[in-house]
Write a protein that binds this ligand. Structure first.
Ligand code: 26M
Length: 819
């Protein structure tokens, strides 16, 4: 059939208005006069979607015809947030759609706010995957994301009497206009059962896996629109269904409940996102999720490849698969199984193809977060993959001892099997040996990978580890979330930075231009006022937009040290009360973030932040000099309001613990100054913005490691630091929790005994740096000049740059490919 290309759609307000009303009428069945706000959202989305589909088809056809190498990004998480504004912005439709809706007295901003967030991720790792999807489309990398279509995304957080309460998230209840179910792309995924050896005469024996259970993986596709709509990529998420949805035999014989058991068990696989980002759950269902989406994605990749190529011999030339952390690492064993058992490759050839195809990105060095599965669970669920892992391990160990003379200790360090803790499969080692490139997400993190968790594997394969510093997409994290600043910059330096964000550097000299600084400050003030409105609506707390907005938003974790920030707030509170005559700089401390439901200390920190906020905000003695706010339910959409509204960005993790951070980049891009440790990407931010424009304090990574070896405790520091001691005394004697004064006893006594996170060790340096920021803020010329330098010099931290580096150095695909 000759492809019938639809007429290009007109993008003027008249056409758009007509089409929106058409959707209201014929797709939603509403007259404009009767339409509710959600109907306008749906109609607008459908009109935008039609335009995306035209570009989507064109991209897909172009990529298929070009036979270019494809990149597959495998991630358990895609923390996307809303899609409508992203699509409208990237298609350059903001102005005409706004005008079209205005004719019916409908406000585009209001409509956009009605869309539920797609919260299919926990935090940094999932949000990075979402930025990378947008950047692959924007930089012309033919990329497909593969993940899981969770029915329930990341939980909704409420605060009840100061404590976190988790509620289920239900983003799909009103349907999802962005997804297209592709029943024709369904695959059977096996679990359990046994492995048989098949012997055909004259052929080598073959292993055949006979799973005991089978589940269907059904594809749902979401288009991802790149900048200017030039390329539209696909995010393909898998949903689990029973192969035989109701067992008809059982149903017909009257066992109506029994008939549903199987479909419930199957569908459970994609029911809910695990809300832990720092502790391995170790649950069977989690391993099922990991294998389910890995196996479905590989079958899909292979089917597409064989549709366009004669064999899998050239798989690695046409396909790059990136493993987003170890969550899809079982893919290494699964691809080996498909190549050897199903497609008949010999082991060595299959291993060459596998390693050349995969790349692995590590996102954490925290030992408690590294995935390792008990052997008996792994064997029961994935018996053939377990055999393959043993065989890979034997090969690697032989090579290490024969070629490199590794001793026993070195061998047990690189082994895929941890013999120490009741025999476990180490997924990090599996991902490492199965990939041709392994990367960290900031320069410091990459160096620490070489020195710690992967020290011995790095010795064995010294070329394999490389750095790819994270980035954030400037479309969502500047243009869309901060139209005021985008407009100001466009007026001042022209629109070039919209296509090449490093051109933001053209604004750098404007830091010395008083008129520009004033406009820059006015944009910031308006963004602060907008956040103050949101906080006033949700929490009935009034904030002064002229105070310093000092913000820490991220997952709650001990290593991120929200506790240090709270202690500083208490110390400041005490000082303001003790010295009311001094000229204090008004400050608002804003916190937001979720704790893993099982992470007791993290939940205590949330509780403490809320308790401290309650007391300080109701104390007339501090007047408006200090306010503390915990904003519930931090998510991508809230981040879009918060990032542009910060004067000061808190990036204060214990050095050596934060792999990169990406919130740090979003804040600085929007003109916040950073107070932070030399950790993760802060180190590179310092190099880019210049040391006079960032506020670094505290121990460095090697100093932290040194203190930990010395079993450093907080006691002596606390005893000689009155500011710290008084703050901790107040916490532990129940000043902030009179109804239950012992609530924070353990939290504080831990600091005395073992200051593992260096809160005491870093307190004084942190306090002094904060006070120097107080003074700086009084000199608005100086502050705003630094703020302008931050925005102007942050272009490098675009995920477009990250993606170009991956494309060139790891994938050999897309615009960076070597020709
Ligand atoms: C593992 C096992 C079972 C259940 C959940 C997990 C799990 C899920 C998410 C573990 C870790 C997860 O995320 C880790 C993460 O978000 N890491 C962050 O990645 C960012 C992007 O590279 C970095 O910027 C952050 O520094 C890093 O903490």
């Amino acid at each position: 059939i000759g492809a019938t290309v639809p007429e290009p759609r007109q993008n003027d307000p008249d056409t758009l208005a007509r089409q929106i009303v058409e959707k209201l009428t014929y797709s939603i069945g509403k007259h404009p006069e009767q339409a509710r706000k959600y109907d306008w959202l749906r109609a607008t989305t459908l009109v935008v979607r039609d335009r995306i589909i035209d570009h989507w088809f064109a991209s897909t056809d172009r990529i298929r015809a070009s036979k270019d190498k494809r990149v597959y990004y495998l991630s358990m998480e895609f923390l996307i947030g809303r899609l409508l504004r992203d699509a409208i912005n990237n298609l350059q439709l903001t102005q005409p759609i706004g005008e079209a809706l205005k004719r019916y007295n409908v406000d585009l901003d209001m409509v956009e706010l009605l869309e539920p967030d797609a919260a299919l991720g926990n935090g940094g790792l999932g949000r990075l995957a979402a930025c990378f999807m947008e950047s692959m489309a924007s930089t012309g990398v033919p990329g497909v994301g593969y993940g899981i279509r969770y029915v329930h995304g990341f939980f909704r957080q409420e605060i009840a009497e100061g404590a976190q309460v988790e509620l289920p998230e239900t983003w799909l209840v009103h349907g999802n206009p962005w997804e297209f179910e592709r029943r024709e792309s369904s695959y059977e995924i096996g679990f359990g059962g046994k492995v048989m050896t098949q012997q055909e005469p004259g052929k080598p024996p073959r292993q055949v896996w006979r799973p005991a259970e089978r589940v269907l993986a059904v594809a749902f596709d979401t288009p991802i629109v790149g900048w200017r709509g030039e390329q539209v990529n696909t995010l393909r998420l898998w949903s689990a269904q029973a192969i035989d949805p109701i067992l008809l035999d059982a149903f017909n014989s009257g066992d109506h409940i029994g008939a549903l058991v199987e479909s419930n068990k199957a569908e459970a696989i994609t029911r809910v996102l695990y809300p832990a980002d720092s502790h391995q759950a170790g649950q069977e269902l989690r391993l099922r999720q990991e294998y389910f989406f890995s196996a479905a994605s590989l079958q899909d990749i292979i089917r597409r490849h064989l549709g366009e190529n004669d064999s899998l011999d050239n798989l690695a030339e046409k396909v790059a698969i990136q493993l987003n952390d170890t969550h899809p690492a079982v893919s290494v064993a699964e691809l080996m199984r498909l190549l050897v058992d199903v497609h008949g490759y010999d082991w060595a050839k299959a291993w060459t193809i596998t390693r050349a195809t995969f790349g692995y990105t590590n996102h954490t060095l925290l030992p408690e977060a590294l995935e390792h599965w008990p052997i008996n669970l792994f064997e029961r669920l994935l018996p053939r993959q377990m055999q393959i892992i043993y065989q890979i391990n034997a090969d690697i160990i032989r090579q290490a001892s024969q070629d490199k003379g590794f001793d026993g200790a070195q061998i047990s360090a690189i082994s895929l099997i941890d013999e120490g803790h009741g025999r476990r499969v180490r997924m990090g080692q599996l991902a490492f040996v199965g990939s041709h490139a392994v990367n960290g997400v900031s320069a410091l993190h990459t160096e620490l990978m070489k020195e710690t968790v992967f020290q011995n594997l790095h010795q064995l394969y010294p070329e394999r580890i490389q750095n790819k510093t994270n980035g954030v997409t400037p479309r969502r994290w500047l243009m869309e979330c901060n139209p005021g600043l985008t407009g100001l910059l466009t007026d001042a330096i022209g629109p070039r930075f919209l296509d090449d964000i490093e051109k933001l550097a053209d604004a750098d000299p404007l830091a010395d231009d008083a008129a520009f600084r004033e406009k820059f400050a006015a944009v910031k003030r308006a963004n602060k006022a907008r956040l103050a409105d949101v906080i006033s609506d949700r929490l009935a707390i009034t904030l002064d937009p002229d105070a310093i907005f000092d913000i820490q938003v991220k997952r709650i974790h001990e290593y991120k040290r929200q506790f240090l920030n709270i202690i500083e707030a208490i110390a400041l509170y005490n000082q303001i009360r003790a010295h009311p005559e001094k000229s204090w700089t008004p400050r608002v401390k804003i916190f937001a973030g979720k704790a893993a439901p099982s992470y007791v200390q993290a939940k205590e920190i949330i509780h403490l932040a809320n308790d401290v906020a309650r007391l300080i905000n109701s104390d007339p003695a501090v007047r408006d000099l200090l306010k503390v706010v915990f904003v519930p339910n931090y998510n991508v959409s809230l981040a879009e309001i918060i990032m542009p509204a910060a004067d000061l960005s808190e990036q204060i993790s214990t050095a050596g613990l934060e792999a990169s951070g990406t919130g740090n980049m979003k804040f600085a891009l929007n003109g916040a100054l950073t107070i932070g440790t030399l950790d993760g990407a802060n180190v590179e931010m310092l190099e880019h913005v210049g040391e006079e424009n960032i506020f670094i304090f505290g121990l460095k990574a090697d100093e932290v490691a040194q203190r930990r070896r010395e079993a450093h405790s907080g006691r002596s520091i606390i005893e000689r630091t009155p500011l710290l001691r008084e703050a901790l005394d107040a916490i532990s004697t129940g000043v902030f929790a009179p109804e239950s004064p012992a609530r924070y006893h353990t939290l504080v006594s831990n600091l005395y005994n073992n200051d593992w996170w260096m809160i005491c060790a870093d307190f004084e340096a942190y306090w002094k740096t904060q006070r120097s920021l107080d003074s700086l803020f009084l000199d608005q010329n100086a502050w705003q000049s630094k703020a302008v330098h931050n925005t102007a010099r942050m272009g490098w931290f675009s995920s477009d740059r990250s993606i170009r580096e991956y494309a060139k150095d790891i994938w050999q695909a897309g615009p960076g490919k070597v020709t």
